[in-house]
Design a protein around this ligand. Structure first.
Ligand SMILES: [Fe+2]
Length: 384
């Protein structure tokens, strides 16, 4: 069958307190730009980052804590150019990491930003800075992926900037900086990571190099995400989720995703539904739709990773357990708007990666099915 495995983050360093090793991983750069989640600006994380970087001139740029926009990426690229930094450290959630990633792309090229988005941009110039990514949520997997999502005004779908050299040189996993994430953020970002893992494990591009990582991530998240949500101070549960998110990121960077992310991309662009929550609304249903279409052995392995009799049941139970059992009606109650949403979702490149071919009529039927919460019950697809 063949595969194309790409992994472009040569170093992944995981340890509680790894923040204090920033000086080592920036390889003595004399100027460092720290791109920070505003929640950390002026606080202990910033102070520890400054202390770790010691003699280097440190420039701090806080970016808004929502999906990267043309404005936030452009401002960050300007800060990078003006600082003359030889190293860029991004500390924050996936949006902060993606803003910094896209800003490096923009800072190294004449622009405009729109010319760097979409497929076939791998040839764009690379920025000379060393890029270190420290995720503060688990997460988007952006710390090990080649791509950044950018919210461009007036579009029906999130744009992607992708090139191998955009991947961070170092992913620094320090669970201590995830301890302050509120429960609803932990739940939503964890379900995003779970969706990466489930969709990577079952996509058409899944391979022997990605499936084991994806399945291990599913098993870890099924076990530890409810604990990390219920007991935010549990460092071991936090670290398990953080590592699983990185595993899922490595897997989906090559295996790509599926219908849940197609829906989540459109829900984010058109209705500003937070990404992890959008995945939680979609995934149990898209995997009910996919049942019987990705091989009985793989399906059995995935169900076992979820400790459930069947995959959709495991996904529905898990989303209820972490407080994400919501319905689409809450955000898109209008039938005409759901129609537009179906059309937007079908423009996603992830549709073609889904194990079961899906047409617009299938997408419409899926969105209808997603309208109401499941209360932990198994979603069943009639033709499965
Ligand atoms: Fe995602």
């Amino acid at each position: 069958m063949g595969f194309d495995f790409q992994h472009n983050t040569p170093r992944i360093l995981c340890a509680p307190g790894a923040l204090s090793r920033l000086g080592e991983v920036t390889q003595g750069a004399s100027r460092v730009l720290v791109v920070l989640d505003p929640a950390f600006a002026g606080g202990a994380v910033e102070a520890r980052a400054r202390a770790a970087l010691g003699a280097a001139a440190v420039f701090v740029h806080a970016v808004p804590n929502h999906e990267p926009t043309a404005e936030s990426v452009t401002a960050c690229a300007l800060a990078l150019r003006e600082s003359g930094a030889g190293a860029l450290v991004a500390i924050g959630g996936g949006s902060v990491l993606d803003t910094a990633k896209a800003a490096r792309g923009l800072a190294a090229n004449p622009g405009p930003l729109a010319d760097l988005l979409g497929p076939g941009r791998e040839g764009m110039a690379a920025h000379a800075s060393i890029f270190i990514a420290m995720p503060s949520t688990a997460g988007t997997g952006s710390e090990v992926s080649d791509s950044a999502i950018v919210d461009m005004p007036g579009t029906i779908y999130k744009a992607v900037m992708r090139a191998p050299h955009l991947a961070p040189a170092v992913a620094l996993l320090d669970a201590e900086i995830t301890l302050t994430a509120p429960a609803h953020v932990t739940a939503a970002s964890g379900y995003d990571a779970l969706t990466h893992a489930v969709e990577a494990a079952t996509s058409r591009a899944s391979s022997p190099l990605t499936e084991p990582l994806a399945l291990d991530a599913v098993a870890t998240l099924a076990r530890h995400l409810p604990r990390a949500v219920a007991a935010p101070d549990d460092l071991a549960a936090r670290e398990a989720c953080l590592v699983a998110s990185t595993q899922a990121g490595i897997a989906f960077n090559s295996a790509h995703l599926g219908l849940a992310h197609a829906v989540a991309g459109a829900l984010g662009a058109l209705h500003h539904v937070p990404h992890g929550l959008a995945n939680a609304i979609a995934l149990p249903w898209t995997m009910a739709f996919n049942a019987g279409h990705y091989g009985p052995e793989r399906e059995a392995r995935l169900a076992a990773a979820l400790s459930a009799e069947r995959v959709p049941l495991g996904l529905a139970r898990l989303r209820a357990k972490v407080g994400l059992d919501r319905g689409l009606d809450e955000f898109v109650p209008d039938a005409a708007a759901r129609d537009r949403l179906a059309e937007a979702a079908m423009t996603s490149g992830q549709v073609a990666m889904n194990p079961r071919p899906a047409a617009l009529a299938d997408m419409r039927a899926l969105l209808e099915a997603m309208r109401h919460p499941l209360d932990g019950a198994e979603p069943r697809w009639p033709s499965a």
